[in-house]
Design a protein around this ligand. Structure first.
Ligand code: PHE
Length: 356
């Protein structure tokens, strides 16, 4: 290598070693390999040389370019790693330090209630299942034994989506989480034990109805499942959820297209004081029933082999009753004062299942 190239090589290598941050490193990189860098200048000058002179010099220059390119890249990586390390040390976050009270956030009562439901049913062996908010009317109605002209369809004040070209299914915003029963039975073999908390939609708006609200569905499918299991499971849940081990629970016969027999479940309360568990009155809290044989068959399960029960409850409704929240609309107003009052401490775990 000729002297001038060797000098350039030494210079660049020592400049790189002296560059202690990415800025300085970039200056060396641009000054050497950039458009008007030193090495680039020498490469350009090759063009003006005599052919035999150019050949020897060209080989040496290319070799030097390769060596310096590698050295630049290696140093860049070193400095990047050092910069990351410095940031990791400087920005270290201790997540165990409690936030100051005035900036602490709160868990919204809907999220909290779903956490509590999940904790209680989790102890009973239930898993959480999900389904889409935009559902086909087959999953939302037909497969649930609610044929086209069934009155239950109109009861629901359904939001229909406009037809979509090339798509020959009717789509709705799901009016209930019961479609997740269908998806689960189609997607996995029994035994099944799931809850499906999620958003649901109906065209209704007043102090006790919102066009978007939350339900929590439950489904158990197995062999030898009876109404006794349904009752035991829901009594246990309601007592744990309201924290009242002797909460009175009553089952009334009712009607849903996808269960037979169908039940409405009431808890004891006092109309006068609003106290849950006390007084002479009853309050309806959820719907339930044994999974209809036709629903099992629609999902490819032989009703002579498999039985099951299902239930569905309104998350807002249960949250309102438990926390004494008077107006459903306040859930969605994002009023920080309301959230401070009704929200839950994010650091407190949902420990209700200890009561099960
Ligand atoms: N899907 C029913 C409703 O929205 C509730 C329900 C679920 C009833 C499961 C029985 C079984 O009213």
């Amino acid at each position: 290598m000729s002297d001038d190239l060797e000098i350039l090589r030494q210079d660049v290598l020592s400049e790189l070693a002296g560059a202690t941050d990415l800025r300085a490193w970039d200056a060396v990189r641009v000054g050497t390999l950039g458009k008007s860098g030193r090495l680039t200048g020498l490469l350009k000058a090759l063009g003006k040389m005599q052919p035999d002179e150019r050949k020897a010099r060209g080989v040496a220059l290319n070799r030097l370019r390769d060596e310096l390119t590698q050295a630049v890249e290696a140093r860049g990586k070193e400095l990047e790693a050092a910069a990351l390390q410095a940031r990791l040390i400087a920005e270290k976050l201790d997540v165990t330090v409690p936030p100051p009270a005035e900036v602490a956030g709160y868990i919204h009562p809907i999220s909290r209630t779903i956490e509590e439901m999940t904790a209680i049913f989790g102890v009973m062996g239930f898993q959480v299942a999900e389904g889409p908010d935009i559902e086909t009317d087959w999953h939302n109605f037909s497969a649930l034994n609610t044929p086209d002209h069934h009155p239950a369809r109109t009861d629901h004040d359904t939001f229909y989506l406009p037809p979509s070209p090339g798509l020959d299914v009717t789509r709705v915003l799901r009016t209930q989480t019961s479609g997740v029963q269908i998806r689960t039975m189609l997607g996995q073999k029994p035994p099944i034990r799931i809850i499906a908390p999620g958003r649901t939609y109906r065209a209704d708006h007043d102090a006790t109805h919102s066009p978007m609200f939350h339900q929590c569905e439950g489904l158990v499918v197995g062999q030898g499942i009876t109404l006794g299991h349904l009752k035991g499971c829901l009594i246990e849940f309601l007592r744990a959820f309201f924290g009242k081990p002797s909460l009175p629970v009553r089952f009334r016969s009712s009607y849903f297209p996808f269960t037979e027999p169908s039940l409405e479940v009431d808890i004891g309360w006092s109309r006068k004081t609003g106290e849950i568990g006390g007084g002479e009155d009853w309050l309806e809290v959820l719907g339930a029933g044994m999974v209809h044989a036709r629903v099992l068959a629609n999902c490819g399960l032989d009703p002579c082999v498999w039985q099951g029960f299902a239930f569905g409850m309104g998350v807002e409704r249960l949250a309102m009753l438990k926390n004494g929240i008077p107006d459903l609309r306040s859930f969605y107003e994002s009023d920080i004062r309301w959230l401070r009052h009704y929200g839950a401490d994010p650091l407190a775990p949902a420990l209700l299942h200890e009561g099960v």
